[in-house]
Each structure stands twice: as C-alpha cells, then as structure tokens.
Design a protein around this ligand. Structure first.
Ligand code: ZN
Length: 250
C-alpha cells in the first residue's frame, strides 16, 4: 500500500512553547476541569511569575454518584476542593459564575460574563475546552464554554462597541493573543511540563469527591502520567502537555 501524502512513520511535529506570558486565564466548566486540561502548564507558568486567573463557569452541582448527596452539599464540597486545588497550582484569583452544572448555554448572558472577565484580568493566553472535538462524547457544558470563549476573545472582548456598558471603572477592551484548547483532536503545540506534573497530580488529589483514590503511585496517577509521557515522546523531555493553539488576528 502506498501513502501519497504521508507515511505511517511520519510524526506530527508540535511547536514547543517555552515563552511564559505575564497573565493567563483558564476558563472551564466544572471544578477539576482546569487541572485535568491545563494544570501542569498553569503550575509551571505560575512558578515562573505568570499571573493565573481561573474562571469556573458552573457550580458543579451535578457532580456526584452518591444518591444520598444533595446539590447544595456537592456545590460547597466542590467549591472548597477547587480553591484548594487552585492554591496548589498557584492561581491568583478565581471567578466563579453561578450556572447550574449541565445547564450552561452559549447565550448572550454567558458571553457577557466571559467578555467581562477577559477585559478585567487581561490575559495574553486563555486555556479552555476544545468545542470542536469529534472523537468521543464531550459534555455539553464543555462545548458551550469552548464556543463562548472563542467568541468572547474575538471579537467581543476586543471591540469597544460590543458590551459598551462594561467599559467603566477602568475596564477597557482587551486583545487576547492565543487560545490554547485542551481535550483536542488536533494538538499542535506542546509545553515541557516535566517539572510540574507532580504539582498537577497534587492539585487533582484535592478533588476528592471527583477523583477518589488518586494519590502518588496509584493506577490513576500512572494513567495520568503516561498521557503526559506519551505526549513528550520524541521531544527530549519526560512529560508534555499538548493543546490546539488559535492565535487571534491583530
Ligand atoms: Zn467538566
């Protein structure tokens, strides 16, 4: 069999990102998504002086398999877990939006909230869910976060005639440089996270209600690490975290 355009041995070359921005933002649907998606890169950048803001879009009110659990209790448990995990990562600020888990809509209210967060915290890089993933199921909230974040970056946060009522008290339009999507079918950039995978795992152990049994050396730990070591294969470092990058037009 011949391969007219590629060979089976041809490896996609990711661009290795080593530039650390001054400010970055992680926008995610549920408590624990941020660490799973971008925890190692966020921890690495925070340790190098990057100011990281989290935007948690839902309260995580449906995240329990325990039939005795109520929505109110799981919301307060997950809020505490998320704060503890963010502290491990080195996050400066957490914005918590009040949408119920599973009821996030890609509507104008949610768009305005994301635009406001971008204009207030002014990140150069935004990490979020890839709304275009087609391999496998993806939570509806994740898709709605991804599509809304991309719209918010361009053109809504950038252009002063969108949501002009926000532009008071020092809030100005803002241009994000790059979106890094996680959970993607088509990664094209890679970060060397050999020094921060331990911090990511440590942060994830704070999400006890979601990831019971996660500890150093556990099966879940080894599975997480093998994903990162697979991503780094051929690049000369131990662990990598990959993303699909979208660079905003200037
Ligand atoms: Zn989620």
């Amino acid at each position: 069999m011949t391969y007219p355009f590629s060979t089976p041995n041809e490896v996609t070359k990711y661009e290795v990102i080593d530039e650390v921005p001054k400010r970055a933002m992680v926008i995610f649907a549920h408590p624990d998504d941020a660490e799973i998606g971008a925890g190692a890169t966020a921890a690495l950048w925070a340790a190098q002086g990057c100011e990281i803001t989290y935007v948690q879009c839902t309260t995580g009110s449906s995240g329990s398999n325990d039939i005795e659990m109520t929505s109110e209790r799981i919301v307060s448990i997950r809020a505490a877990e998320q704060r503890a995990a963010a502290n491990v990562i080195g996050v400066s600020d957490i914005v918590v939006l009040d949408h119920p888990d599973g009821e996030l809509e890609a509507d104008r209210v949610f768009l305005s909230e994301i635009v406001h967060a971008l204009r207030k915290y002014r990140p150069e890089v935004v990490f979020t869910h890839d709304q275009h993933r087609i391999h496998g199921f993806q939570h509806r909230d994740h898709r709605h976060v991804g599509i809304t974040v991309q719209d918010a970056v361009y053109p809504y946060a950038r252009d002063h005639l969108h949501f002009p009522e926000q532009l008071i008290d020092g809030i100005d339009p803002h241009k994000v440089k790059h979106i890094f999507f996680w959970g993607t079918d088509q990664p094209d950039v890679l970060v060397d996270v050999s020094d921060s995978v331990d911090t990511k795992i440590n942060a994830l152990t704070e999400h006890k209600s979601q990831l019971p049994g996660l500890s150093f050396g556990s099966d879940m730990d080894l599975r997480l690490r093998s994903r990162h070591s697979d991503a780094a294969k051929g690049y000369g470092f131990r662990y990598g975290e990959s993303f699909r990058r979208l660079t905003a037009r200037t």
